[in-house]
Write a protein that binds this ligand. Structure first.
Ligand SMILES: Nc1ncnc2c1ncn2[C@@H]1O[C@H](COP(=O)(O)OP(=O)(O)OP(=O)(O)O)[C@@H](O)[C@H]1O
Length: 267
């Protein structure tokens, strides 16, 4: 008998999302995008464009930053995520690695890893063990430092730990906020490889990066945010060839000078 086809895996749908901070500051306006099952989508944009805000809205952490969704919808498969808390997102399979490698500095590497996936309920020791082994396969350096305080790790090792902690929750969609920020080129290269491997194992990725070259080399699809709005969207390879992206985000000379000649998209 032929095997039945796999059940349709969920995808992330962000539809016409509006977000504000406080009473006045509109951080996102009518932002729509999707991340398909198993895909890698990159979000590019200057400082303050709203990239982290979008990830926070999806992961349910927006309220911790005093932000609020004021319009639109977010769903992951059949699960509505707008207005939910981080535990609901983690249970749905959506986990964020926040910007700035927020590890618990006073806890050991092992304790940090064990804190990943809290909110999933009591998990069997075998499951936790399997999670740690998966993390150590990606990051052997962490295996050598299980009892070391996370605050004493190098910047690159802390980023590994932050990603490892998220992996402990076995995400189906990983939200990565600036994983290369402040890291040496060799470490940036390793992080990019790991993102590729995590994706190859079936986890979709929504990647926010200032390093546009890295992001576009990893992503299938990309969006450019400018002051809270999506200005340009398309397949990553095509976006990388547009004048606007080459000039503004890849630092290349293109012969055009106007910042917003990007139009509304290449696809
Ligand atoms: N907690 C907050 N309270 C008030 N305003 C905020 C808060 N967080 C972000 N903002 C504002 O919302 C807008 C979008 O910020 P956001 O951090 O999402 O941008 P970003 O594209 O991720 O930029 P960066 O690369 O600098 O992190 C900016 O104008 C920022 O000043």
């Amino acid at each position: 008998m032929p095997a039945s086809p796999p059940a349709e895996e969920p995808a992330l749908h962000v539809e016409e999302l509006d977000v504000t901070y406080g009473r006045a500051l509109s951080a996102l306006r009518s932002v729509s995008l999707t991340v398909p099952h198993g895909g890698v989508v990159a979000l590019l944009g200057a400082n303050g464009a709203g990239k982290s805000t979008l990830l926070r809205a999806v992961s349910g952490t927006l309220r911790l930053h005093r932000g609020a969704i004021t319009g639109g919808r977010i769903r992951y498969g059949d699960t509505a995520l707008d207005g939910r808390d981080p535990v609901a997102a983690v249970r749905a399979g959506v986990v964020q690695v926040p910007e700035g490698r927020r590890v618990f500095a006073g806890l050991t590497v092992d304790e940090n890893l064990r804190s990943g996936g809290l909110g999933l309920g009591r998990r069997s020791p075998a499951l936790v063990r399997a999670g740690r082994e998966r993390v150590f396969a990606f990051f052997p350096r962490l295996a050598e430092r299980t009892h070391q305080a996370a605050g004493l790790l190098s910047g690159g090792e802390q980023q590994m730990l932050a990603i490892g902690r998220a992996l402990m929750a076995a995400p189906r969609l990983l939200l990565l906020d600036e994983p290369s920020l402040g890291l040496a080129p060799l470490m940036v290269h390793r992080i990019a490889e790991v993102v590729r491997e995590i994706n190859a194992q079936g986890t979709a990725v929504l990647l926010v990066e200032q390093n546009a070259g890295m992001a576009l080399s990893l992503a299938d699809h990309a969006h450019v945010l400018e002051v809270g709005e999506v200005r340009l969207s398309g397949p990553a390879g095509e976006l990388a060839r547009t004048d606007a992206v080459r000039r503004l985000y890849l630092g290349e000379e293109t012969g055009t000078d106007r910042p917003s000649d990007a139009g509304q998209g290449v696809a």
